[in-house]
Design a protein around this ligand. Structure first.
Ligand code: NDP
Ligand code: 2IT
Length: 445
């Protein structure tokens, strides 16, 4: 394989799909050596078969707002790869959603799901629908219209969607209700379900908890812990919330949160009721983090800025892709940050990653560090298949164990001669090998 040539050809086929090309480049560069050492991969042309999704569904979603106006949004489901299990991955509702973003997310999901050790393939979907400012009824009608199309393509043994940005428990509820009515079945076709109708305990917290468990393992390699550390978190959504809970429990102090409007700096720490206030902020559908600074004393709001300029020991980007650039990475390094662990998908730009790694900072890429969300979705699927409901200890214990295993796989495949672990390389190689070998086993399909 020649990475530049593969990418050039891919770019010709899919011009302008920047996020997708960025995600593919990162994986191919990390696996190039292993791939070329194993000629069976090249002779089965695994790389070209892996970088194109199996199929993409595009559909229109007409819906009616509270004033009776009719709107049309675009809906997508990408079934990327099912070599090791049914397609599995979230749905994103955000005005920025397009094919490039969903293809990058679906591609990442293949390797992330492989790392979890659970039998799940990669998929992703969503819509350019903007939930901001919409009423509950509007969200419900939109979700119902979305599922009226999507249900034809999914199923508990074929493709199992879940949440992502803009899709939380409420949306999964409306989506599930419509699926159930159309398919006449009560199954584990979606994860992130409510606790009274097939959901798993800990799923809401799982991505944030998992990210902190992963960071804890990284810190242990340099004999460090969260205790007494200052932590910057970006975003104020589901992942940021779970991360803030666990960091606080581990004795760290969360000093920032962010939204599209800027970031808040809380020198006293985002803890206790302040963490629950994040849920209120999200529920308000306002899309801004600024109100936090009116609500609590001693809090600064920095309009239009990233939180990465604050002096911290640990950074957990938990908002969105490409939200931590080279300048931000320089700032973190300058301020003595020792660890960056990605709660979001691809939040660091390639230039930022290069700076962090050059400075030997512990850097955990999203496909490893945020895999706790989908791993717990996998545990929800297990419970649904068994028709059982596990307690908190059982689910959290398994989640913790999975994150420790993912960390071990990264170390095994990414440790350099000087002892520094390239977690990007480690995660990509470990995730890739399992999928590629399964593809070899199944023949050319
Ligand atoms: P939420 O919708 O709960 O929160 C997303 C957060 O990111 C919000 O604070 C949101 O602010 C902010 N955000 C979204 N888009 C932008 C943007 N273009 N610019 C700046 N800020 C933005 O989503 P989640 O917490 O679930 O998702 C956060 C990240 O974690 C995403 O990258 C997602 O893919 C990833 N992830 C999620 C998992 C899950 O289980 N939920 C699992 C693994 C990864 P606002 O809405 O106000 O724009
Ligand atoms: O990016 C992700 O891993 C998710 N949004 C969670 C996917 C899932 O199926 O739980």
């Amino acid at each position: 394989m020649n990475v530049d040539k593969v990418l050039l050809d891919l770019e010709k086929k899919h011009p302008g799909e920047d996020e997708y090309l960025q995600a593919v480049r990162e994986v191919l560069e990390s696996i190039e050596e292993v791939y070329n050492e194993n000629p069976q991969f090249e002779s089965a042309n695994i790389v070209e078969r892996l970088i194109e999704p199996d199929r993409i569904f595009t559909f229109k979603i007409p819906w009616v707002d509270d004033e009776g106006n009719v709107h049309v949004n675009l809906g997508f489901r990408i079934q990327f790869n099912n070599a090791i299990g049914p397609y599995k991955g979230g749905l994103r509702f955000h005005p920025s959603v397009n094919l490039s973003i969903l293809k990058f997310l679906g591609f990442e999901q293949i390797f992330k799901n492989s790392l979890t050790t659970l039998p799940m393939g990669g998929g992703k979907g969503g819509s350019d629908f903007n939930p901001k400012g919409k009423s509950d009824s509007e969200i419900m009608r939109f979700c119902q219209s979305f599922m009226l199309e999507l249900w034809k393509y999914i199923g508990p043994e074929t493709d199992i969607p879940a949440g992502d940005i803009g899709v939380g428990g409420r949306e999964v509820g409306y989506l599930y209700g419509m699926y159930k009515k159309l398919a006449s079945e009560n199954t584990g076709v979606l994860t992130g379900k409510g606790i009274n109708w097939g959901g798993s305990l800990i799923r809401p917290e799982a991505t944030g908890f998992g990210n902190v468990y992963f960071a804890k393992e990284m810190l242990a390699t340099i004999d460090e812990t969260f205790k007494g550390k200052r932590v910057a978190i970006s975003g104020f959504g589901n992942v940021a919330w779970g991360a803030a809970l666990k960091v606080t429990e581990f004795g760290g102090k969360v000093v920032t949160l962010s939204g599209p409007d800027g970031y808040i700096y809380d020198p006293n720490g985002v803890s206790g009721d302040k963490i629950n206030y994040m849920l209120e902020l999200r529920a308000s559908n306002e899309d801004i983090v600024k109100p936090y600074s009116y609500e609590f004393e001693g809090v600064e709001f920095h309009e239009g800025k990233h939180p990465w300029e604050v002096k911290v020991d640990i950074a957990l980007p938990c908002a969105t892709q490409n939200e931590l650039n080279a300048e931000d990475a320089e700032n973190l390094v300058k301020n003595g940050c020792i660890c960056v662990s990605e709660g979001a998908n691809m939040p660091c730009t390639p230039e930022a990653i290069e700076i962090l790694q050059k400075n030997k900072i512990l850097y955990g890429p999203g496909k490893a560090a945020n895999a706790g969300g989908v791993a717990t979705s996998g545990l929800e699927m297990s419970q649904n298949s068994l028709k059982l409901h596990w307690g908190i200890k059982e689910v959290d214990g398994r989640l913790h164990e999975i994150m420790i295993n993912i960390h071990e796989s990264c170390v095994k495949n990414g440790k350099g001669e000087d002892g520094y672990v390239d977690y990007v390389k480690g995660a990509n190689i470990a995730g890739f090998l399992k999928v590629a070998n399964a593809m070899l086993d199944h023949g050319v399909l």
